[in-house]
Ligand binder design. Structure first.
Ligand SMILES: CC(C)(COP(=O)(O)OP(=O)(O)OC[C@H]1O[C@@H](n2cnc3c(N)ncnc32)[C@H](O)[C@@H]1OP(=O)(O)O)[C@@H](O)C(=O)NCCC(=O)NCCS
Length: 387
């Protein structure tokens, strides 16, 4: 694995990976890239083996990665969680790869995970760094993870969810999207979120007359709304039509499924409700244990009765202990008064195609050279101060 990582870093350095447009935006400081190769070799980034889930959870807690309501569901970690975490990471990195950055004393300082969440896309998740970590740790982890993904010939897309209130990380991505042509290789979509909290009042309410629900196959004619709503990059990334993901997870004794429901109002198709399911432990923030609601008519906001019908369907299909998140693309929230649902901070979905992943990685690599150079200057200043 380390050899593979070094190879991919050498590949950045070789310049093959630097897109034409990137070299126009900024001249490639080859020296900085050489430094990256050197630094990562001795950076103490290791591949996590899936054992000791409790230690990883403790690290995530210290890094402030998980909100209190997420932690409440994970603490104390039950045996199934630790077992699923091990299955996810065991064997090879074909399903998930968690990288851990360690300080000079070997103590973990940060981590990042890539999990093959959809047929065509890997989800970057569980990313955090301790406040006292070496400067540059966050960037090094992101470079290492995206470089590893790019070694996979089958990598088509990478995605991540970032809370709207996470100003620091949103600012990083704003940097990436500062030039309009970034939208040719990546997209960002605002999502309104409601959490269905365990123990909440989740009584179903009677569905209004004339509304009905039908289960359909992904790829049915009305599926075009999915692409219209998310745009080509994100809809390709989130596609799950061939069940390859489900099969890959099933081979490890894990669940990764999608169910699609079509919502009708007096015989007219109005919306899709997509249920995403993953075994507990696959994604600790619950973003793969979600429901997505899409309007079939993008020119009109979802109407209240359809949102209520969707909420009803979730409450009926989702047992109490399996809390879910309802995601609605767009920034104007339709009203949701169904009991048991609590509005939480919105999130933004970032989706990159392969060129986008490479460009993101290369931009970070350039940035990382700056971070390292600033660090060296500070060390030299401190050393002079002590003389
Ligand atoms: C978010 C988090 C990983 C940042 O780690 P950090 O060590 O504080 O990293 P920094 O913000 O200091 O980054 C170092 C530098 O690299 C830059 N950088 C890092 N990643 C970058 C990216 N993807 N794009 C552009 N710049 C980036 C930063 O802007 C910063 O430069 P500056 O010093 O000139 O401002 C850390 O605060 C954390 O663990 N937070 C809690 C968990 C969390 O929010 N995780 C992300 C969930 S999506």
């Amino acid at each position: 694995m380390v050899a593979m990582l070094r190879e991919s870093i050498r590949w950045i350095f070789s310049g093959d990976s630097v897109e034409g447009h990137l070299s126009i935006i900024m001249p490639t400081p080859i020296v900085a890239l050489e430094e990256i190769a050197g630094f990562l070799e001795g950076s103490g980034i290791t591949v996590h083996d899936g054992r000791d889930f409790s230690a990883m959870l403790a690290l995530y807690e210290r890094m402030g990665l998980l909100r209190p309501d997420m932690l409440a569901k994970l603490r104390p970690p039950h045996a199934e969680l630790a077992d699923n975490w091990r299955k996810l990471h065991e064997g090879d990195a074909s399903l998930a790869c968690t990288l851990v950055a360690r300080g000079p004393d070997g103590v973990p300082q940060g981590a990042i995970t890539a999990v093959r969440a959809w047929d065509e896309a890997w989800l970057i998740q569980h990313f955090g760094v301790m406040p006292e970590a070496e400067p540059g740790t966050a960037v090094a982890l992101q470079i290492a993870s995206s470089s590893l993904l790019l070694t996979r010939a089958d990598l088509r897309h990478a995605c991540c969810f970032v809370g709207i209130d996470n100003a620091r990380v949103q600012a990083w991505f704003d940097q990436f999207f500062r030039l309009g042509d970034a939208f040719e290789v990546a997209s960002r979509i605002d999502l309104v979120r409601w959490a269905r909290l365990p123990g909440g009042n989740s009584k179903t309410i009677a569905a209004p007359a004339g509304l009905e629900i039908l289960a359909i196959e992904p790829g049915a004619p009305s599926w075009g709304a999915f692409t219209r709503c998310l745009g080509p990059i994100a809809s390709d990334a989130l596609s799950m039509q061939f069940n390859t993901t489900s099969r890959a997870f099933a081979c490890r004794g894990l669940e990764r499924e999608r169910n699609v429901l079509l919502l009708f109002d007096r015989g007219h198709q109005k919306a899709f409700l997509i249920e995403e399911r993953a075994s507990p432990g696959v994604n600790l923030s619950g973003m793969l244990d979600t429901w997505w609601l899409f309007s079939l008519d993008e020119s009109r906001p979802l109407d209240e009765s359809i949102v209520e019908l969707a909420a009803n369907a979730i409450s009926t299909r989702c047992p109490d202990e399996r809390a879910g998140i309802l995601l609605i693309p767009g920034s104007a929230p339709p009203p949701l008064r169904a009991p048991g649902f609590t509005r939480i901070a919105g999130a933004r979905l970032y989706a990159f195609n392969r060129t986008g992943v490479r460009r993101f990685r290369d931009e970070l690599a350039l940035r990382y050279g700056d971070v390292r150079a600033a660090m060296e200057r500070r060390r030299a200043r401190d050393a002079r101060g002590h003389q």
